[in-house]
Ligand binder design. Structure first.
Ligand code: FAD
Length: 338
């Protein structure tokens, strides 16, 4: 029921706000927030409460990454809430505080002069004194249809988020870099057995991590295999194993498991600013340490877009708060806050 409510509410929001954003108008705002994940909505709450009348553009995934998961158990104040429901609450909160939330996609952003100009999919042009970038990141997936089917029902890209659900169970991790090894080690805190599957015969991760991995009695490494299909039950929907194929001789076999963790990396959604802002390797937006200030004055960044380490809803929300406070201070210095 909760899911149905979320879906219909999201549709309602979409139909009303799309109308608002249409017709090629120019919308002026003190603060333009790009992105509607935990970072964007938290920034909107704080900016609205600071009387900055923020405009938030939701993008192609209103509500962000949490809309594609089920239970969230680590959002303070909620012992268990469905990801989409949490994001509907955040959206309502931002609106209740006075933020204008618009379903639209920013297609081009000019940060070379002020006011900053954003072009959008609907034809609306946004003119902003300050910009908060909260466009998040996307986990890299294998792009198997079976992986898609079981996302949130045994397939995950976040051990920190979902490892807890696999207490005493067997899990598979796919990947060969630092992320995969760290996720495999982390999962041994819960799982009875962790199988790390890698398509080559060596790992790319740091040697010290490899040492810890090989020493851990709960971890088995399956070399030279690629995942062909995630296997599972229909009712209730859940993973029971993965079908793998040898990259050496093509032989297939099934590895039984209850959870399947894809750890082949993340891609920050920084396309709008690639040529305009200083970035970390991997495309994450650089911010002045301890703040959300980017390399362009008046432009702030928050959440997974700038964070390659923690990547959690609560840390993103925290950075969204920081971005709104940083923007407020900067606007006041420019005489633009009132
Ligand atoms: C399957 C899954 C399960 C997870 N479970 C948990 C969990 O249990 N607990 C936890 O703490 N974390 C969890 N996470 C991680 C958490 O979802 C992220 O850390 C968090 O959502 C990041 O928030 P964000 O606001 O930075 O960006 P995102 O949530 O990534 O949102 C980015 C937003 O930017 C918008 N956007 C992008 N490009 C544009 C554009 N051009 N114009 C306008 N808007 C744009 C998108 O539409 C989206 O709304 C999970 C992640 C996944 C994938």
């Amino acid at each position: 029921m909760a899911g149905l409510f979320a879906a219909s509410f999201a549709l309602y929001i979409q139909s009303t706000t799309m109308m608002e954003a249409a017709m090629g108008e120019t919308k002026k705002t003190k603060v333009l927030i790009i992105g509607s994940g935990p970072a964007g909505y938290t920034a909107a709450v704080y900016a609205a409460r600071a009387m900055l009348e923020p405009v938030l553009v939701q993008g192609i995934q209103p509500g962000g990454q949490l809309t594609i998961t089920t239970e969230v158990e680590n959002w303070p104040g909620e012992t268990e809430i469905q990801g989409p429901d949490l994001m509907v609450k955040m959206e309502s909160h931002a609106k209740a505080m006075g933020a204008e939330v618009i379903t639209d996609i920013i297609t081009d952003l000019d940060l070379s002069k002020r006011p900053f100009i954003a072009q959008s999919d609907s034809g609306t042009v946004y003119e902003a004194a300050a910009v908060i970038l909260a466009t998040g990141a996307q986990a890299r997936w294998l792009d198997l249809p079976s992986e898609e089917k079981f996302k949130g029902f045994g397939v995950s890209a976040c051990a920190t988020c979902d490892g807890f659900f696999y207490r005493g169970k067997e899990v598979v991790v796919i990947g060969g870099g630092n992320t995969a090894v760290e996720e495999a080690l982390f999962l041994t805190n819960f799982a009875s057995k962790v199988t790390l599957i890698h398509r080559r015969d060596t790992l790319r991760s740091e040697k010290i991590l490899q040492e810890r991995l090989f020493k851990n009695p709960k971890i088995e490494v399956l070399w030279n295999h690629a995942v062909e299909e995630v296997l599972g039950d229909e009712n209730p929907l859940g993973v029971t194993g993965v079908r793998v194929k040898s990259t050496v001789d093509g032989a297939e076999k099934v590895v039984p498991c209850d959870g399947f963790f894809v750890a082949i990396g993340h891609a920050p959604s920084s396309e709008l600013v690639t040529e305009q802002l200083k970035l970390h390797s991997g495309g994450y937006v650089w911010v002045d340490p301890g703040s959300t200030r980017t390399s362009v004055e008046g432009v702030f960044a928050a959440g997974d877009l700038t964070d390659h380490t923690y990547r959690q809803a609560v840390t993103s929300a925290g950075m969204g708060c920081m971005a709104a406070l940083d923007a407020e201070k900067w606007l006041a210095e420019q005489g633009e806050a009132e």
